[in-house]
Design a binder for this molecule. Structure first.
Ligand code: CA
Length: 245
């Protein structure tokens, strides 16, 4: 499991990393909000838990928490902060943190809370990966491994971010259906205000580079003019795979 620690006090950050790694977790450190969000979005495998300081330069922990919630409603967030006032806690919970601990903290208690949140996360992921599609989905020369966040096209292996994987899964579940950008925004991005039509297009472009033999002339991920996209698992005339299921 992977933990992102957002903390600007280096000594604390290093101490947390040391102790989390000793528990067998993979740890990333970020000293500011923008660095944390960038790490979060590009992390491969994805982050499973965020330990978040609230008093940080650039963006406050509250803002970071809201931004994370726009990216993922389920990612566990534990606030670890010197702020002890009740209104700070309320504000943090309103922003979507799952747990709140004040500094100085007891290490055994922190580790126990982390274990608890990660157990929950693991059950969440298990439910997700056995859900509607198989773990590995194949079409043409592509194999998408949803358990490993990985896409293989011929000999090339591409890591997938959580969002790329969700978008691809949605296309696969809606084989042959014309999907408007508005529908993708509401179904894949859950109406996050941050996503523009252009960024949806950029995601599609990235997927095309991974799955198409010739991304400029796609056979699977087709543009539907003025509307959006249509995914075709088995293009007409493609007899290389026969799936009777
Ligand atoms: Ca701080």
């Amino acid at each position: 499991m992977r933990i992102l620690v957002v903390e600007d006090e280096e000594a604390i950050a290093r101490g947390l990393r040391f102790n989390f790694e000793r528990e067998g977790y993979q740890v990333d450190l970020a000293a500011s909000g923008p660095a944390a969000l960038e790490l979060y979005e590009s992390a491969q495998p994805p982050v499973d838990l965020v330990v978040l300081d609230l008093m940080l330069p650039e963006m406050s922990g509250y803002e970071i928490c809201r931004a994370l919630r726009r990216l993922d409603l389920d990612i566990p967030i534990l606030a670890l902060t010197a702020r002890t006032l009740s209104e700070d806690k309320i504000q943090a919970f309103d922003c979507g943190v799952d747990q709140y601990m004040t500094k100085p903290f007891s290490l055994p208690e922190l580790l126990s809370r982390v274990r608890n949140l990660l157990d929950k996360r693991r059950r969440q992921i298990d439910r997700r990966t056995v859900r509607p599609t198989e773990d590995v989905v194949r079409f043409s020369d592509v194999a998408v491994d949803f358990g490993r966040f990985e896409l293989r096209h011929r000999e090339e292996v591409h890591p997938l971010t959580t969002r790329e994987q969700e978008l691809l899964r949605y296309f696969l579940e809606n084989d042959g259906v014309v999907l408007s950008r508005a529908r993708l925004q509401s179904e894949v991005w859950k109406d996050s205000a941050d996503i523009s039509s252009r960024s949806i297009d950029n995601f599609v472009m990235r997927l095309r580079r991974m799955i198409e033999d010739d991304p400029s002339s796609p056979r699977h991920l087709l543009s539907v003019r003025g509307t959006g996209y249509r995914f075709v698992r088995e293009p007409a005339g493609d007899t290389s795979t026969t799936d009777t299921g």
